[in-house]
Design a protein around this ligand. Structure first.
Ligand code: ADP
Ligand code: MG
Length: 580
């Protein structure tokens, strides 16, 4: 009969670490939160090899006495709450007292700390949860904690880590969040000896955003400010028409704490309505303040999820506040222009198809005649309906994006976008494999201001960009000039595509280290982002599309796996229409 027994602390800590410390960025988060809770006005963070080899966080906070320092490494040791009811008026980031012991159980953790009013400081080293030594050590008031050999005691964890690029990106976005949340604190972030950003303590949010994310982004933002009894919303949000491919720049805080909240992100997307194209996200830095008792931050040990007592009320309030800011911007910009360019974030669409409110490239001719997209001579000479394409009779276009055909056995609805992506994916794939990427010099070079991570990525992947037809020159800190771009990009969309590509490199959707894979990934991104669907699509164009679609390797699906068409057979039609 097995006996029930209490787990040794070391084992309990390693298990807790599985929840709290899932990746290097989680270590950074916990250490930075502790520094902020200790009242630091300066926090510097340094990491090496995506945090695997080293994470060091140093602060000038109030520090710890020798006894407190030893205690802080014990499970459930916290100075921040003493009863569960304290959670209702929490004014610290931490409260569980499990971060330090958890981290120390899965790494080698060294701490140097000195409390205010103490003569000297303390050095403690713990490896895999075992105390190696405690000794006196001199240092200024404050604390530094260094974490090395992360996850070595738990090799299974290491296997779950993503590429270095992805893990670093998580660390960087984590530090950015806290730098935004605490404008009075100056942050320094160093990756592998290189400065990622330094944000002096600075009062205004726009300045802060511009230090951390780059001035170009800051310029596209509108200010949001609204209040109701018990609720206050402030911050910045993107102008309609400027959107991002990833959520990295959609950032929400509740009572100063960076959070993930579906309620907030839905409300935000709702406020933009149709002006936000599908699959894109607004840049937003929103701070919600509410009664701490009306929000539960204790949902998950490590996740940033929060729950509101009244999700509905918060959603309605945020929606109203952001929509108002968007309307104010519209009013300031003059009366709305009629037509698809008009700005109507709040007006329901009524099923009508509206072009996204982008300041994107001008409408171009459909690609069979388009001047910019590449076509090789063979393609040019291809007959409109070569053998191989199915014999479907084109009927009409519905909603601009569906092509209807009559087939021998029923009707087909072709999703033009999905078909278009499949065709371009294969065209570009072939081009990339052949190594012949025609590049086109831009008449007017495009200036790109990137945030520090984007700049570093661009510099690191310079060869990849060059090999794919981009010519980019650096001309100042975080400033670049795009002088030539691959011929297949729509005119006017070059800068946007470079940003999309950097986003994909940043979150690991494209890895330039494996050229074969990267070619494929790039072709997929290009097909879905950089090539506009031709506006006009008559019978000739649609049969050319069909023929080309059916000469690809997988005509039935888009590169992302969506069906390119659906067929409804005659028997199905008869059944649905209840014909006997
Ligand atoms: P929690 O933050 O939930 O209290 P932690 O394990 O993260 O738990 O930290 C335990 C305790 O150690 C904290 O409550 C705090 O008193 C102390 N501590 C940790 N880091 C620091 C620091 N950088 N400066 C001062 N005190 C710290
Ligand atoms: Mg903590």
């Amino acid at each position: 009969m097995p006996h029930v027994r209490i787990l040794p602390d070391r084992v309990a800590n390693q298990i807790a670490a599985g929840e709290v410390i899932e990746r290097p960025a989680a270590v950074v988060k916990e250490l930075v939160e502790n520094s902020l809770d200790a009242g630091a006005t300066r926090v510097s963070i340094e990491f090496g090899q995506a945090g695997r080899s080293l994470i060091r966080v140093e602060d000038n906070g109030r520090g710890m006495s020798r006894d407190d320092a030893l205690l802080s490494l014990e499970r459930h040791a916290t100075s921040k709450i003493s009863e569960a009811s304290d959670l209702d008026h929490l004014n610290s980031f931490g409260f569980r007292g499990e971060a330090l012991p958890s981290i120390a159980s899965v790494s080698r953790l060294s701490m140097w700390t000195r409390a205010e009013g103490e003569e000297s400081g303390t050095e403690i080293v713990v490896a895999a949860g075992k105390l190696l030594h405690v000794r006196e050590a001199g240092r200024a008031v404050g604390t530094s904690i260094e974490v090395a050999h992360l996850f070595e005691p738990v090799p299974a964890r290491r296997k779950f880590l993503k590429s270095d690029g992805t893990e670093s990106a998580h660390i960087v976005s984590c530090v950015r969040l806290y730098a935004l949340a605490c404008p009075a604190v100056s942050f320094t972030l160093i990756e592998d000896g290189r400065l990622v950003f330094r944000s002096p303590s600075c009062p205004s949010l726009p300045e802060r955003v511009s230090e951390i994310f780059g001035g170009a982004l800051a310029e596209t933002l509108l200010s949001v400010e609204s209040a109701e009894p018990g609720l206050r919303l402030s911050g910045l949000t993107g102008r309609p028409g400027s959107s991002r491919t990833s959520r990295h720049e959609t950032v929400t805080f509740v009572n100063g704490r960076p959070v993930d909240s579906r309620t907030l992100t839905y409300a935000l997307a709702e406020a933009y309505g149709e002006s936000l194209p599908k699959g894109r996200y607004p840049a937003a830095f929103l701070f919600l303040e509410c009664d701490p008792a009306a929000v539960d931050v204790n949902v998950h040990p490590a996740k940033r999820e929060v729950r509101f007592r009244s999700e509905q009320a918060v959603r309605a309030f945020v929606l109203k506040g952001v929509a108002q800011a968007l309307r104010d911007a519209q009013a300031a910009a003059g009366p709305p222009r009629p037509g698809p360019g008009s700005l109507a974030p709040q007006v329901p669409g009524g099923g009508q198809l509206r072009a996204p409110l982008s300041v994107g490239p001008p409408e171009r001719a459909p690609y069979p005649q388009g001047p910019v997209p590449v076509k090789d001579a063979a393609e040019e000479a291809a007959p409109a309906t070569p053998a191989g394409g199915p014999r479907w009779r084109f009927l009409a276009l519905a909603h601009g994006c569906y092509a209807l055909f009559e087939t021998g056995a029923g009707i087909v609805i072709l999703d033009r976008r999905a078909a278009h992506e499949r065709i371009w994916f294969e065209r570009l794939g072939a081009q990339f494999r052949a190594g012949s990427v025609p590049s086109q010099r831009l008449l007017l070079s495009v200036t790109l201001e990137l945030d520090p991570v984007g700049s570093a990525l661009l510099v690191d992947n310079a060869e990849f960009f060059r090999a794919h037809g981009f010519e980019i020159a650096e001309f100042g800190r975080n400033f670049f000039r795009l002088e030539a771009a691959p011929a297949w990009i729509e005119a006017g969309g070059e800068g946007e595509f470079v940003r999309d590509l950097l986003d994909a490199l940043r979150d690991g959707r494209i890895s330039a280290r494996n050229p074969d894979l990267a070619r494929d990934q790039l072709a997929r991104l290009a097909a879905s982002r950089a090539i506009r669907l031709p506006a006009a699509a008559g019978e000739a164009e649609m049969s050319a599309v069909l023929a080309e679609l059916f000469s690809t390797r997988s005509p039935l699906t888009s590169p992302a796996g969506r069906p390119t068409f659906i067929e409804i057979g005659e028997s199905e039609l008869a059944r649905r229409l209840q014909k006997s």
